[in-house]
Design a protein around this ligand. Structure first.
Ligand code: C2E
Ligand code: CA
Ligand code: CA
Length: 753
């Protein structure tokens, strides 16, 4: 059967070779539907060791795959198949009466990738263009076919990186082939509203500045010719617009020239023009022009691909808002630097603007965005060009100072940066200034360098934030130890509860007039196997962060109830109430109220014998969820106290809606009460407020006798504190409860009431 490929099969060989090389295939063939025999091929399966039965099995498979893809829609025309030892992939190919496939194969231990599929699709497109060019230029022999095929194969492996180099090489190839004096590629740039010279062959020497042929505005009459050109356009001496000849003369000094211009058409738009200039007169045959059209369409395809690739790359590696490199790009760059030299002298600096959220909340997100852009600009301009500035997220930036390996030097730069960063900025008519924090780590040349370096800078940043606005902290041994400590804590905490390492201590609460114990507060301790008894402050926040607070909380509640039952069973007078601290995570954990109810009945306690303490900040964090739980607890009859009261005054306004019974006045006001008139006013106000809402008050952190006097004057009659008792073990509480006359430990106390 005759197959009308529309050209000499050898013409397409350079393209097949390029395809095979770029996809690492052992063979690339054009196959016709009916017989599965290659019409054009590069490489041979036999050379790759396929023989005998395997070879005929392979032919069958290829035939099946070919008839499959040849019958598909063009946008879904790829199929893969396996034959012993090999994998093959085929793309449908259609041209006039020809139906077949473009087919590549390679050993089956290398599965095809997305990139291979894209290359095969592109090659199939190119193949069709070459077939079309072959069809129209047959009358002029094979030379034009070969040219088109050559260009197609040149363009096959092009990526965004070597795009311009290839363009120049192709222009040279075309220029020499058509024996013109110069040829060029211009693109229409809708943003500049101009036609822009992409490249020319040969490149001119002594180009005037500005180049009259460089950027030509669409308003320029000369652009009228090329801007919306749809069909090839030939200008010969003594023809065409005067201004055009004049322009060529200004740019090149030549005044007698003939020009052929072939538009780069993509759909409805003209993307640019491929131009050929011959000094003196020259005729262009139809076949030549149509070969050029085929090449122009190859260039359009290439352009679309490279643009897509570039924008993909840009989006993948840049932060949209600031145009700075993003996290991925930063990580890759730093990895490369450290791979080359793990001891590269450099410092990583994390910068974080304080409370950017308030800018967003108060001034709106568009001002917030402008602010971030301005910050990015400031960072960029504060460092040297070869330093790296990237945006990691939100208001987090990272800077790599290259060549800086000395802490003092790095800190000096960081402080300079900070000063620049925190100068007031005018954004959208608002003057915004924010403090910032910087954490830095100098590269020490460790093996796990990159992760460790970033981790260290991050720890330093956290420390800087802890110290408050505008601080610079560099990572040091002290922080390193704390880090190890923290990792160890986290690790052991996960098993500590189950292993029975938790303890409850109890701090009594007293009636300041009579000296009786009115309640005990359960405070958790961790009997660490190596470090001894750890106080709550050293691990409770970690428990919250690693989501163990519900587990720990249930243990604490159960143990406190169990201990109360034990006190009640003994012959001594048990405390009236045991108070338990509840964290935010616990409070909103599933069926918290149900759990408390079960405990009460398990140990036979009256609900009012159990008190729950929640901090003011917990209440504010999630007021709706918290409120639902609190209402449930109140229905049970459990008493509720707000802990650390006064530290977040927003809740004053919510007091009315919260079902609470007691306010525990925060230690920070109480401890200075006797000497600080401001704190005295605050405590006084809290007590008045409590009276107005019919709540009782308990003062925390009473450490001296003057405070007791002041509290009594202001009308607060209950308190806890080191003066009366530190938190102690259950056994110690039992002893004190058993000797009521002695537990205040001093005669002055009894004397006061
Ligand atoms: P908190 O609820 O405000 O507990 C009072 C803390 O202040 C206790 O520290 C106690 O030892 C300390 N304190 C009591 N009187 C004085 C005093 O006169 N002077 C000074 N300087 N300190 C005093 P602790 O036991 O380290 O507990 C710290 C925080 O950890 C507690 O603050 C509470 O928020 C939390 N916490 C303790 N136990 C638990 C628990 O079982 N569950 C939960 N979720 N949190 C707990
Ligand atoms: Ca408490
Ligand atoms: Ca407290």
């Amino acid at each position: 059967m005759e197959h009308n490929l529309g050209m000499d099969p050898d013409t397409i060989q350079p393209l097949l070779k390029s395809l095979a090389e770029t996809t690492h295939a052992v063979a690339a063939d054009v196959i016709a539907v009916d017989d599965g025999v290659p019409l054009a091929s590069w490489g041979r399966a036999v050379n790759a060791g396929v023989q005998g039965e395997a070879l005929s099995e392979m032919r069958d498979t290829i035939r099946d795959v070919t008839s499959d893809v040849a019958n598909r829609e063009p946008d879904d025309a790829i199929a893969e198949a396996l034959i012993p030892g090999f994998t093959l992939m085929a793309h449908g190919l259609w041209h006039k009466s020809f139906r077949g496939s473009l087919c590549i194969m390679r050993p089956d231990d290398q599965p095809w990738t997305e990139n291979d599929r894209a290359l095969l699709k592109m090659a199939a497109d190119l193949c069709r263009s070459v077939m079309e060019a072959g069809n129209i230029s047959r009358d002029h022999g094979r030379r034009l076919d070969l040219l088109v095929s050559y260009v197609a194969s040149e363009l096959m492996g092009v990526s965004a990186m070597d795009h311009s180099e290839t363009t120049y090489r192709v222009l040279g190839e075309l220029g020499r082939f058509f024996e013109v004096d110069t040829c060029y590629l211009r693109h229409n740039d809708p943003q500049l509203r101009a036609s822009v010279l992409v490249d020319e062959w040969p490149r001119r020497e002594d180009v005037p500045d500005p180049d009259p042929l460089g950027v030509i505005s669409w308003d320029d009459p000369i652009s009228a010719v090329t801007k919306d050109l749809r069909e090839p356009y030939v200008v010969r001496p003594r023809g065409g617009p005067e201004s055009y000849q004049a322009r060529v003369e200004a740019g090149s000094g030549i005044h007698q020239a003939s020009t052929a211009m072939v538009p780069l058409v993509s759909g409805d738009t003209t993307r640019g023009v491929l131009g050929f200039v011959h000094f003196g007169d020259r005729d262009w045959s139809r076949a030549e022009i149509r070969a050029l059209q085929a090449i122009a369409s190859l260039l359009v395809q290439l352009d679309a691909r490279v643009t897509a690739e570039e924008s993909l790359h840009h989006h993948a590696y840049h932060d949209e808002l600031t145009g700075l490199p993003n996290r991925r790009s930063f990580v890759e760059t730093l990895t490369d630097i450290l791979k080359e030299n793990p001891e590269a002298p450099l410092t990583v600096l994390f910068a974080d603007m304080d409370r950017l959220k308030t800018v967003n909340d108060v001034l709106g997100h568009s001002i917030g965005d402008l602010f971030i852009q301005a910050v990015a600009d400031r960072l960029r301009e504060s460092v040297r060009p070869d330093d790296i500035v990237a945006r990691l997220a939100g208001d987090e930036f990272v800077i790599v100072l290259r060549g800086v390996d000395n802490v003092e030097h790095a800190e000096r730069i960081a402080r300079r940066l900070l000063n620049h960063l925190t100068e007031p900025l005018d954004v959208g008519g608002h003057v915004v200034s924010r403090s910032a924090c910087v954490g830095l780590a100098v590269n020490g040349g460790n093996s796990s360098a990159m992760e460790e370096l970033l981790g260290n800078a991050d720890v330093a940043l956290l420390e800087a934030k802890k110290r408050g606005g505008n601080s610079v902290v560099s990572f040091n041994d002290d922080l390193r130890w704390r880090l190890l400590d923290r990792a160890d804590l986290e690790f052991r905490l996960r098993t500590a509860i189950g292993e029975g390492e938790m303890r409850l201590f109890y701090q009594p609460e007293f009636d300041l007039r009579g000296g009786q114990i009115t309640a005990v507060e359960a405070l958790v301790r961790w009997q660490h196997p190596e470090r001894g008894l750890l106080s709550a402050d050293s691990f409770v926040s970690v428990v919250e962060e690693i989501n163990l607070s519900a587990e720990l909380g249930r243990w604490v509640l159960n143990e406190a109830c169990r201990q109360l039952a034990e006190w009640k069973r003994s012959s001594i007078p048990a405390p009236d109430v045991v108070r338990v601290n509840i964290s935010a995570g616990e409070l909103i954990s599933a069926d918290f109220v149900g759990f408390v109810g079960t405990l009460l009945s398990r140990y036979g306690h009256k609900p009012q014998e159990l008190g729950i303490e929640i901090t003011e900040s917990t209440v504010m964090r999630d007021i709706d969820d918290v409120l639902a739980t609190l209402l449930g607890l109140r229905r049970l009859g459990v008493s509720i106290a707000i802990d650390d009261f006064g530290t977040g005054y927003s809740s004053l306004s919510h007091l009315k809606q919260l079902p609470v019974h007691t306010l525990k006045i925060d230690r920070s006001f109480v401890s200075t009460l006797a000497h600080d008139s401001g704190d005295r006013a605050i405590v006084s106000a809290i007590i008045r407020l409590a009276e107005a809402f019919n709540l009782s008050t308990v003062a925390e952190g009473v450490e001296d006798i003057d405070t007791v006097t002041a509290l009594l004057q202001l009308g607060c009659e209950r308190a806890q504190g080191y003066l009366m008792s530190k938190p102690v073990s259950a056994a110690d509480i039992t002893k004190r409860l058993a000797e009521p006359g002695d537990y205040l430990g001093s005669s002055w106390w009894m004397g006061r009431s």
